[in-house]
Write a protein that binds this ligand. Structure first.
Ligand SMILES: NC(=O)c1ccc[n+]([C@@H]2O[C@H](COP(=O)([O-])OP(=O)(O)OC[C@H]3O[C@@H](n4cnc5c(N)ncnc54)[C@H](OP(=O)(O)O)[C@@H]3O)[C@@H](O)[C@H]2O)c1
Length: 253
């Protein structure tokens, strides 16, 4: 049976991606730390799903997750787990920020590399890395580490996509770059959106169309497409200042 591994499947975009992949006929391997939520989601799905608890801030847990799933015929990997931290860089907690880099960058890096090797050997498979529109911006005051982590995901994915293209590989890799999406992201980051977000369900549907349509950078909302284009054309300093204004609104009462 075609199998998809979805990280961060206990909530938000990851849970919706898992549901959509299930409805497309995939067996889904659900992973996150909160297994009660994963079990509840698994019970909702049409196809038999697997649940694996893993804390992806730990390198050995990323490697264990790969070891436990590598023989399960995974042909779609979704690196979705991630979180944000808001605040001036000198005031945010160092350990939590290092954990953000571990989950948002290192785990994505490890799982992409290990599964990509298998996919290339079979000349089939898709990897969807969940980045953010933040990763398309030159910088993000008040969320500096988060923006930097997502820029890493965007750059990594674009580089690999070109390597695959150059060798005529059938393996696909994409990066999803949404603006605000209504999930638990803000609760975790302890802020609120400056603008209304799209639904996680719509985001997931759009993402999978882009992934299977072999689009490298997937931006699911029109407003963010315009913002991303503006960020390419306008001076980086001006774009960074605007990003900072947007972030500061997230902290207003
Ligand atoms: N919501 C937005 O506006 C937005 C916009 C652009 C990009 N994104 C990106 O979308 C992705 C999903 O976020 P979301 O918006 O759906 O937020 P969410 O509802 O808070 O979901 C985050 C998911 O990541 C998992 N996760 C966090 N830390 C983890 C860890 N150490 N180990 C394993 N799993 C971990 C969580 O699972 P557990 O807590 O159960 O471990 C949860 O399933 C993230 O990469 C985020 O950066 C979100």
């Amino acid at each position: 049976m075609r199998t998809a591994l979805v990280t961060g499947a206990s909530s938000g975009i990851g849970a919706e991606l898992a549901k959509r992949l299930d409805s497309l006929g995939f067996r889904v391997i659900l992973t996150a730390r909160r297994t009660d939520r994963l079990e509840a989601l698994a019970a909702e799905l049409k196809n038999p799903a697997a649940v694996i608890a893993a804390d992806l801030s730990k390198r050995e847990e990323c490697l264990r997750l790969y070891e436990e799933t590598k023989e399960m015929n995974v042909s779609v990997l979704v690196n979705n787990a991630g979180f944000g931290i808001i605040g001036d860089f000198d005031s945010t907690d160092l350990d939590r920020e290092l954990s953000l880099i571990d989950v948002n960058c290192t785990a994505v890096h490890i799982l992409t590399k290990l599964f990509l090797r298998d996919f290339i050997a079979r000349d089939r498979g898709y990897i969807l890395n969940v980045g953010s529109s933040a990763g398309l911006m030159p910088g993000g005051p008040l969320m500096a580490a988060y923006y930097a982590s997502k820029a890493y995901v965007v750059s990594l994915t674009r580089g690999i996509a070109e390597e695959l293209h150059a060798r005529g590989s059938r393996v696909g890799i994409s990066v999803l770059c949404p603006g605000p999406v209504e999930t638990e992201f803000n609760e975790v980051a302890d802020c609120h959106f400056a603008i209304r977000g799209i639904s996680a369900d719509y985001c997931a549907e759009y993402a999978l169309k882009g992934l299977f349509g072999r689009k490298t950078v997937i931006v699911p909302d029109a407003g963010m497409k315009i913002a991303a284009l503006g960020a390419k054309l306008a001076p980086a300093k001006a774009v960074t200042a605007i990003a900072g204004k947007m972030q500061s609104k997230k902290l207003e009462d």
